[in-house]
Write a protein that binds this ligand. Structure first.
Ligand SMILES: [Zn+2]
Length: 409
């Protein structure tokens, strides 16, 4: 049974074409892009942007696709950004999307492997009864994160046409978002000279993110003194013992598993030691700038105190800022990007669900560079999982919103 409207058929066909083009990123790589496959997807988009009549279509040596849709009238220069990569969570890089007209109950993802999207485990499904839903075959993520975003932008670019005057529109598709926003950092702002931008990389219908974490990575390195047990007394300085002492002074309640909402945390998520050295990796996250700076300072003080108490050990604490809260970049001049998003959603009858995101987006980095960049929904659920699914009408709304924002409506 095919009950898709022509617009739904259009976005679905495009989405299928994109998710079938593999583009996982690889956190272990040291290059940008991290994988060859992202080049393939990028080149596909370069061709399609060119065919759609975009100008200044460019593929950078770090696989960032940029393009311009020249303005046909007055209006601000608006940017639209999505990421090329899909996440690698040890599932198949190949995506075989399935379309189901959902009539309630459980969805069989893969009969052979007996994999199901259960209504009992996923109460969010209930809202989509009677709708066409795209889901996985149980062997991979769907990759709606973020190919649903790419789909909405590309479909809107294709549909833009000349009748409604609009300002300059800039497109950026960036690699390696899933492995620490690596791709967006290489963007050339001369090719993305916008007044404000949007990332199309959000979740369910209506979701808007204008608040993200401030994020840093801390590396504590402890060099001890090794010795044979026969003369260890008074000589040996065990770096692993010192690392445990450090870890024990962290607040046991201030961790990801004990916090929610706007509560920040320090997450000890890597430790690697031997008789000579021990290295600890920590993630620092807080929506609130002051709380964030306080957490960073607290780690430095802990490291200094440990070093002072153990003069024969060498202890260093390196903290690197990774991204910043979007909302801190909001100014009276650029807040028009937020106002237009809200106004356009209201006009389209899309209920706004504002999220204080416990994570970051490419916009967290762009905003920190002075380009205010809220994030809005693609319509998808259950990112980074075989249960990822995308209701087609939600994607359709994402496309309508993107087109309306481009037209400045
Ligand atoms: Zn994403």
């Amino acid at each position: 049974m095919n009950t898709l409207t022509p617009i739904q058929q259009g976005v679905t066909d495009r989405f299928f074409r994109y998710v079938r083009t593999e583009s996982q990123s690889d956190a272990r790589a040291t290059t940008v892009p991290s994988t060859e496959s992202q080049w393939t997807f990028a080149r596909l988009l370069v061709d399609e942007l060119t065919t759609a009549g975009a100008t200044d279509v460019h593929l950078s040596d770090t696989c960032v696709v940029t393009a311009k849709i020249p303005g046909t009238g007055e209006g601000p220069a608006i940017g639209f950004c999505s990421h090329l990569d899909t996440v690698d969570v040890n599932l198949s890089p190949t995506v075989n999307p399935q379309l189901t007209h959902y009539e309630g109950g459980d969805i069989c993802l893969n009969a052979e492997r007996d994999l199901w999207l259960r209504a009992a485990d996923h109460p969010e499904l209930a809202a989509y009864e009677g709708q066409p839903i795209v889901h996985t075959d149980g062997t991979s993520v769907l990759g709606a994160d973020d190919k649903a975003g790419v789909t909405a932008i590309m479909e809107a670019v294709t549909e833009l046409g000349g009748q409604t005057p609009h300002g300059d529109i800039y497109i950026a598709f960036v690699p390696d978002e899933e492995i620490g926003l690596r791709g967006v950092r290489t963007i050339d702002f001369d090719r993305f000279p916008v007044d404000y931008a949007y990332t199309v990389d959000g979740g369910e219908l209506g979701e808007v993110v204008e608040t993200t974490f401030n994020a840093a990575t801390a590396t504590i390195t402890i060099a001890g003194v090794s010795a044979h047990p026969m003369n260890a007394k008074g000589n040996l300085v065990n770096p692993i013992t010192l690392a445990m002492e450090f870890a024990n002074q962290l607040d046991a309640q201030e961790t990801p598993e004990h916090t929610e909402g706007r509560e920040g945390f320090i997450w000890l998520n890597g430790i690697d030691g031997n008789q000579s050295t021990c290295t600890m990796q920590l993630s620092i996250r807080d929506h609130d700038r002051e709380g964030y700076e306080e957490k960073k300072q607290r780690l430095r003080t802990l490291a200094d105190d440990l070093a002072a108490a153990n003069p024969r050990a060498t202890i260093t604490c390196d903290i690197v800022d990774v991204y910043a809260n979007i909302s801190d970049a909001k100014t009276p001049e650029n807040s028009v990007g937020s106002e237009r998003l809200h106004a356009t959603m209201r006009r389209l009858g899309i209920e706004i669900k504002e999220i204080d995101m416990r994570g970051g987006t490419d916009g967290s980095w762009l905003s920190n560079q002075g380009v205010y960049t809220p994030n809005y929904f693609t319509g998808a659920h259950n990112f980074h999982s075989i249960y990822e699914f995308l209701p087609v009408p939600s994607l359709e709304r994402c496309y309508e919103l993107t087109l309306a924002l481009m037209r400045g409506e």
